[in-house]
Design a protein around this ligand. Sequence first.
Ligand code: NAD
Length: 355
Amino acid sequence: MTSLLSDGSWDHEEVHVRTTRTGLPVVFAIHSRGGSGVALGGCRLLTSSNADDALKDAIRLSRGMTFKAAAAGLQHGGGKCVIAAPTPSLTGAVRRDTLLEVGDMVEEFDGRFATGADAGTDTDDARVLRERSRHIVGIPDLEKGWGDPSALTATGVIVAIRAACERVFDSDGLAGRRIAVLGLGKVGADVARTAAEEGAQLYVSDVDLQKKAIADEIGATWLGPEDLLGAETDVLSPCALGGVVNRYNVAGLRCRVIAGSANNQLADPTIAALLRRRGILYVPDFIANAGGMISVAGELDGYDEAEAMTRTLAIRETLQDVFGASHALAVTTVEAAERLARTRVGARLGIGSEQ
Ligand code: NAD
């Protein structure tokens, strides 16, 4: 196993780059094992043949998982596994063999890292990983836990949208709000359905045109991804992949709130300041999407459904603190949220001072 332990430019406990027998790069990044000794984070399949892309993704996402755990009051730290595959989806026997091999790699961490489904992988894939490792979470037919964490993630995103609307519009009601959801996957479809049920006016988009059926079902307006980003709305909810708000499109955004599930929604950290200047309230992704981590953490901690829901609903109070601090200290919501996360865990998590 190649081990690139923290070299000063990273603040990770461990970073490992592996190669499967079929030549696919697999990166494991353990940013922190937190107070519990376990780094928690999903196993994602990235469409890229480039190990550097997987490395960057894993480094960034694992750090976000540490912040997410801390802000949600969990004892665990953050980690991530990224498999880079040149074609959009590995299929059949190659997919299964790859996942079995990755499961073996997860087991080698001997419990320092626990993982489950993530972008590009699903609970069937998690079951395959589970054939080789005891440290796989988020599987529906295991006795403890809710299985797929997407439902609780979506609940948390709705809580976040409400909290942001309360801050911006003095009302957390969704009836009549114009809400744009980018990505109608496991989380986005749930967010869109819930908002529609509550009387919001929905605009939706997905690169997968089959998702148009969901738009028809809930009476949403279907737009192309670029049109959706520029649509005049109250809330933009990015629920596809990261990097969706960048320096090229930020000036064209016509929403008042951004609150979604995607990790790393801002292409780079400076975008947060641009949004603040434009008067757009950005809900830090690692707070809005914490429901999923809360759900799977329950499988490691001794599962308590009521406590998982209570923690997810507490995203509202966390955001009230973040918005208040952002205003009082004249800093971005991202900076306010990271300060809050650091305060909640203290130096024990080893979060670097550059953040
Ligand atoms: P998913 O794979 O089920 O859905 C993603 C959807 O986005 C798909 O329908 C896909 O077609 C669409 N999409 C991809 N690229 C797009 C683009 N450029 N424009 C428009 N649509 C695009 O994933 P998910 O589980 O719903 O997660 C969505 C996001 O939330 C991901 O970034 C994931 O990392 C993050 N997240 C998910 C959870 C969870 O519990 N599922 C938890 C935390 C964070």
